[in-house]
Design a protein around this ligand. Structure first.
Ligand SMILES: *[C@@H]1O[C@H](CO)[C@@H](O)[C@H](O)[C@H]1NC(C)=O
Length: 329
């Protein structure tokens, strides 16, 4: 700014020269007045600068405080994040332990189910055993009942037999004299029969017959071979039949007239003999021949090897006996 020539500022209005209120010097010293304005302006500027500085300082302070706050918050956030991470870790750890717990629980559940199955299986086995036992018990009780029934039956039968025996003894049963049958069955063997007497009406005569002993030719027979019921004289006769062996002279055939015959094969010779005491026509010649023994050549023969009915020539038996090589080569 040049101070050489004054030009009034735009805001300035020329003062009225005639005005008594204003001293003249004022017009004469306009530079002094402009110095004050400059000073004011300077002060204004300084104040402005100071204000600016203050403002920027305060602003900086504010920003710094804000930054501080932000960094604090960041730190807090970091701390929180770390805490969150820690919690996450904790949660993860807990999740892991929960998972292992679940696995353990599942294993335990499996074990429990397995043991339940085993228990059910054992229960089934026990039930089956119980059924088997009850079946056996039933079978045993059935058997017991059948045994009791059989015992009763046996006792009843024994009782009946005892009563039967008593009645039989009281009846005084008696055989008629035994009668020999004409026919011989074989050597020394003949049938006899006799009638059982004193059997009361209504008794089992055939059964009593089979329980009654007899004595024939001095030999005791506990009971007959058989008993028959025969219709005779308007009633039933009970007949007992016996086979008597020994002491039967008319059934005692014998061999005689032994003769050496031809050689038969090597070292063997046929011996022939005649049968004596054969009772024709009742006795069966073949039965008699094949049952009559013979002693000859220092040997005993129970019967001949062959039998032949030679008609009028009689009954001929043949034996084939061993001889030495001189006799029959
Ligand atoms: C004689 O006995 C024999 C042998 O037991 C038999 O084969 C034959 O038929 C009997 N003969 C008669 C006539 O009974």
């Amino acid at each position: 700014m040049s101070y050489g020539r004054y030009t009034p500022p735009p805001c300035y209005t020329a003062p009225n020269a005639n005005s008594p209120l204003l001293p003249n010097e004022r017009l004469s010293s306009p530079p002094a007045s402009s110095n004050g304005i400059i000073r004011v302006i300077k002060w204004c500027f300084v104040v402005l600068v100071l204000g600016l500085v203050l403002f920027s300082w305060s602003r900086e302070q504010t920003i710094r405080a804000h930054q501080d706050a932000v960094s604090k918050r960041e730190q807090a956030v970091l701390i929180q994040e770390r805490a969150v991470a820690r919690r996450e870790e904790v949660v993860l750890h807990k999740e892991g332990s929960l998972f292992t717990l679940e696995v353990q629980l599942r294993q335990k559940e499996h074990a429990v189910r397995d043991s339940e199955d085993a228990v059910a299986r054992r229960e089934n086995a026990v039930y089956a055993q119980e059924r088997e036992v009850s079946r056996r018990e039933q079978a045993i009780s059935v058997r017991e009942r059948s045994v009791v029934y059989r015992e009763d039956t046996v006792r009843a039968r024994e009782e009946a037999m005892r009563a039967d025996d008593e009645r039989r003894i009281r009846a005084h049963l008696i055989w008629t004299d035994p009668v020999a049958e004409q026919r011989c069955l074989s050597y020394e063997k003949r049938m006899y029969h006799a009638e059982l007497q004193n059997v009361p009406e209504g008794e089992n005569a055939q059964k009593w017959c089979m329980q009654t002993s007899i004595n024939i030719h001095g030999i005791a027979y506990d009971h007959p071979d058989s008993c028959t019921m025969v219709q005779a004289d308007g009633g039933m006769k009970v007949i007992g039949h016996w086979t008597v062996t020994g002491n039967e002279p008319t059934c005692r055939t014998w061999w005689g007239n032994h003769e050496k015959k031809e050689c038969f094969g090597s070292h063997q010779r046929r011996v022939e003999a005649h049968l004596y005491n054969h009772q024709q026509p009742w006795d069966n010649w073949s039965e008699m021949c094949f049952s009559t023994p013979s002693d000859f050549a220092w040997q005993s023969f129970a019967h001949p090897d062959t039998c032949e009915n030679a008609g009028t020539g009689g009954i001929i038996g043949s034996w084939f006996i061993n001889v030495d090589t001189k006799e029959c080569p």
